[in-house]
Design a protein. Structure first.
Length: 118
């Protein structure tokens, strides 16, 4: 495993803990999907999934506003000298998967109604 991959995993774990500690988003379930650092470790793309989806904008705004506190907490806890600049983005994979499942269920129920088996 490369150093960047190891750093991605470390940052992923630490961000999950820091967000849970620092961010107040009642009635919102936020998960870090992945962390992807540039090879020079200057920037890290952090993809988050948010439930309910309608709260994604609010969650991203709060994450961006809290980045400084989150990074400070990670530096103190891990004793890293520097944490990459965090670039937050919404990961819609879970939403797409739910939409697909709904389509498949609809197709399956239509097949049952028409006497067809798929």
């Amino acid at each position: 495993m490369s150093k960047v991959e190891q750093f991605n995993e470390l940052l992923h774990r630490e961000l999950a803990v820091a967000i849970n500690r620092e961010l107040e988003l009642p009635e919102v379930f936020l998960t870090i999907s992945y962390v992807s650092c540039t090879p020079d470790l200057q920037q890290a793309k952090v993809a988050v999934s948010v439930w309910p989806d309608k709260m994604a904008g609010t969650a991203l705004k709060k994450l961006k506003a809290s980045s400084g506190r989150i990074v400070s907490g990670i530096i103190k806890k891990t004793r890293l000298r520097k944490v990459p600049r965090l670039l937050w983005e919404f990961d819609s994979t879970e939403k797409k998967a739910a939409d697909l499942e709904e389509v498949f269920l609809k197709i399956d129920s239509e097949g049952d109604n028409n006497g067809h088996v798929f």
